[in-house]
Design a protein around this ligand. Structure first.
Ligand SMILES: [Zn+2]
Length: 132
């Protein structure tokens, strides 16, 4: 392997190691998202139907997909803070994994070039042995 490629691969390997350490520090996690909403109640004459409307809320919701269907759960405010933290943890994990994939794609390119070069050398060796 060329020195420059070996250095690049070593740097990518170091970065992968850092990302693995970051994953180890990710806490409990949840799918979905936490949203803050203001809503009308629909009762006639209520302020939420006025012009301009004064909606009710804030209400907190956690939404996630279960078997392709979006499931929404209403949350009291103290629960919303906990859910939001766990959802943030999952997003952080996804960001780390996404970077691991980018780093790995760059490493794969180098490894594939090396594998191709090694295969080429093996072919050259077998060809040169044919005539002897
Ligand atoms: Zn209302």
């Amino acid at each position: 392997m060329k020195a420059s490629k070996a250095r690049s691969l070593a740097a990518l390997d170091r970065r992968l190691g850092e990302l693995k350490e970051q994953i180890a520090s990710v806490g409990f996690l949840l799918p979905g998202s936490v949203v803050r909403r203001f809503m009308p109640c629909g009762k006639p004459g209520c302020r939420c139907g006025a012009d301009p409307p004064r909606l009710h809320g804030p209400y907190w919701q956690w939404s996630t997909k279960v078997g392709g269907k979006t499931v929404t759960r209403r949350l009291p405010e103290h629960a919303a803070a906990v859910y939001a933290e766990l959802v943030d943890n999952r997003r952080r994990l996804e960001a780390i994994v996404a970077e691991m994939q980018r780093v790995s794609e760059r490493a794969a390119k180098i490894l594939l070039e090396e594998a191709a070069a090694a295969a080429g050398q093996a072919v050259n060796r077998s060809l040169s042995s044919v005539g002897h």
